[in-house]
Design a protein around this ligand. Structure first.
Ligand SMILES: C[S@@+](CC[C@H](N)C(=O)[O-])C[C@H]1O[C@@H](n2cnc3c(N)ncnc32)[C@H](O)[C@@H]1O
Length: 219
């Protein structure tokens, strides 16, 4: 049987195109659902647990976890933007008055590396794919940064601890190899990178259109 012209380019099929034209993204209005799924994917957290939110922004994801686990003992918030970090720390201290909450200014994947005490659960909310893309350059540059960021993240996880990362993946028509412009990764590409960083039990814990949660354990 001869190949149809749209095997490798499904958007060339007019019906596929009409179905997907504006429907391939999960859409920002569904973000609370995806972040909620990350909380659902977590193991139980209590006074003896240490949660690290890497690239915490203003603390939205850590706050959601704190809402579900009010006895959580320790939270570390890592973020390069000082004003966002300040807001995140204030938010988490208010939500968890008995917990130890530390704010650490810092960036994943930079030459200085990240130094925080390793946590047993590390969460990442929409950091790896957008920052990889925002940095620009070629896909090879993006992958070099992503691999450095994942090396930092692995060091932030205690042996036996877990990483949970919610990300927005590449569009179905994203194409291009190492020398082409940087793009977000597909699910298998991201899962491969997480495994390649030395984590095991790598699994897609949730997916809805372009949104996914990858979980993995540090051996
Ligand atoms: C899309 S926001 C997500 C913020 C937060 N995790 C959330 O879910 O609301 C990406 C965050 O990553 C931070 N960021 C930028 N470069 C970073 C890096 N190299 N390492 C860690 N975080 C970074 C940005 O300052 C921003 O707060």
């Amino acid at each position: 049987m001869s190949e149809t012209p749209w095997v490798n380019a499904p958007w060339e099929h007019p019906d596929w195109y009409d179905i997907h034209d504006t429907a391939w993204t999960a859409g920002p209005e569904r973000e609370p659902e995806h972040y909620g799924e990350l909380v659902i994917a977590l193991p139980p957290l209590d006074a003896g647990d240490h949660l690290l939110d890497a690239g915490c922004g203003t603390g939205k994801l850590a706050a959601l976890v704190a809402g579900g686990y009010p006895k959580l003992g320790r939270v570390t918030l890592l973020e390069p933007n000082a004003l966002k970090l300040e807001r995140a720390v204030a938010k988490l201290r208010e939500l968890l008055p008995k917990a130890r909450v530390d704010g650490v200014p810092g960036s994943l994947g930079e030459s200085a590396g990240v130094t925080v005490e390793a946590a047993n659960v590390v969460i990442v909310g929409s950091v790896l794919m957008p920052i990889m893309e925002l940095r620009g350059g070629a896909l090879a540059d993006g992958l070099a940064w992503l691999r450095a960021a994942l090396r930092d993240l692995v060091r932030c996880i205690r042996p036996g601890g877990w990483l949970y990362d919610v990300e927005t993946l590449a569009a179905p028509w994203a194409r291009g190899g190492p020398t082409d412009p940087v793009r977000r990764l597909t699910l298998p590409e991201l899962v491969d990178e997480v495994a390649r960083a030395g984590l095991d039990a790598v699994e897609c814990a949730y997916r809805f259109r372009d949104r996914m949660i990858v979980k993995a354990r540090r051996p």
